[in-house]
Design a protein around this ligand. Structure first.
Ligand SMILES: *Cc1c(COP(=O)(O)O)cnc(C)c1O
Length: 392
């Protein structure tokens, strides 16, 4: 039998043992969990008439998030991409700058850079964390950049490098302490893409609270959802005030006049979405517990596996296990695709990790480091059904 036949058998056996056979409709990768509490708060919001970008649920949602993350200031936004865009703009990323992003990420990480008129500069990943590799980045920056005035310049392109955007892949915290050292060495601000890692901690500190600011997403497939939504958080009061102002069309408070003092955006989360978010946050602990249970089941089922291994939370961190991830022991794109196809035939809607961003048409000519680990990961990672209710 070809290797991929044996690997496929092993994969299907593990999925069936953890999830049971799929009976009626296919098993999604990650589904929202909407209950009675969500219906109640959304109905309450509708009855109040305050459905748009002002309302009590927005303040409540931001306060709840501040408590969970430990961040002093939180601004809820219409989605995670806009939160990233605001964060990059607010820390001073300018058109023509380059911003360091991992090539193994969701496209929004790079798009938010492009929305600033800036250029994503792709960095390699760590096989331990699946996030950006800070040691590889230090080497890359040391050999390809130079300091001019207060700025870090890419010697090849002549462009200023404006920021670093690390991302905590599938909820697993990347090595943010080491990246923080690298960022300080080279004088770069960090904007943390914690879109996938609500409830994930590096040591005792919530992901997204290490950089100048951090970002969450509440899209329908994330750990909690507001339909669409995001948030940006920071401990820096001046930065928070600037971000809030820019997200609210830069409007100066006035009883009746329309005074705006900058070209800005309408990026604030509506109260209606925040109502859903408040209800979901009330249930976050339940979701996290169930997701951990499910991860444990997958991990146990893979203990003696030959072709696949389970990607566990990195040492010293707590992952929310947003998407459980298997890794092929022998990275091979064809085997990966055979496994995905076989699982989908059985009703398990598994997915590969993202296509590496530097290969997408709009980013093919972007500057980049050597990317061997990310390439290996692209050929070997598979996400398996991870909805919280599967672990209850
Ligand atoms: C979900 C996600 C985002 C942004 O999400 P929106 O869909 O705009 O809310 C950004 N980065 C990563 C890594 C994500 O997974």
């Amino acid at each position: 039998m070809a290797t991929y036949d044996l690997a496929t058998q092993e994969f299907l056996k593990v999925l069936t043992s953890v999830l049971g056979p799929v009976k009626s409709s296919a098993l999604a990768l990650h589904e929202p969990n909407i209950g009675e509490h969500e219906h109640q708060l959304v109905a309450q919001c509708l009855s109040s008439g305050w459905v748009s970008s002002v309302g009590a649920f927005i303040t409540q949602f931001e306060n709840q998030l501040s408590k969970i993350t430990g961040a002093a200031h939180v601004v809820a936004t219409v989605n995670g991409t806009t939160a990233l865009h605001l964060g990059l703009y607010a820390v001073g990323v300018k058109p023509g700058n380059e911003v360091i992003v991992p090539t193994l990420s969701f496209v929004a990480t790079a798009n938010s850079v492009a929305h600033c008129g800036a250029i994503p500069h792709f960095a390699d990943s760590s096989s331990e964390t699946l996030g950006m590799d800070p040691i590889a980045l230090r080497k890359h920056l040391a050999s390809t950049t130079t300091k001019r005035g207060g700025d870090l310049i890419n010697t090849k392109t002549g462009n200023r490098i404006g920021a670093i955007v690390p991302m905590h892949a599938f909820g697993h915290p990347m090595q943010i302490d080491e990246l923080d050292l690298v960022a300080k060495e080279f004088g770069l601000p960090i904007v943390e893409d914690a879109a996938e890692s609500l409830g994930s901690y590096f040591g005792k500190k919530h992901t997204g609270t290490f950089g100048r600011c951090g970002v969450l997403s509440f899209n329908g497939n994330k750990t909690i959802t507001t339909g669409g939504g995001g948030a940006i958080f920071t401990d820096d009061e001046v930065l928070a005030t600037k971000i809030r102002h820019l997200a609210t069309t830069a409007k100066i408070a006035h009883e009746w006049e329309f005074i705006h003092d900058a070209t800005a955006w309408n990026y604030r989360m509506p109260n209606l979405n925040a109502a859903l978010g408040c209800a979901q946050l009330d249930r976050l602990d339940e979701f996290l517990k169930n997701k951990r249970n499910l991860a444990k089941k997958y991990q146990t089922a893979l203990v003696d596996a030959q072709f696949l291994k389970f990607v566990s939370e990195p040492t010293g961190t707590t992952s929310n296990y947003w998407l459980n991830t298997f890794q092929l022991v022998q990275p091979d794109l064809q085997t990966r695709n055979e496994l995905l196809a076989a699982a989908r035939t059985q009703g398990y809607l598994c997915r590969p990790a993202w296509n590496l961003l530097h290969k997408l048409p709009m980013y093919q000519n972007s500057p980049r480091a050597e990317l061997p680990v990310a390439q290996m990961l692209e050929n070997s990672l598979i996400n398996v059904p991870s909805s919280a209710n599967l672990g209850s």
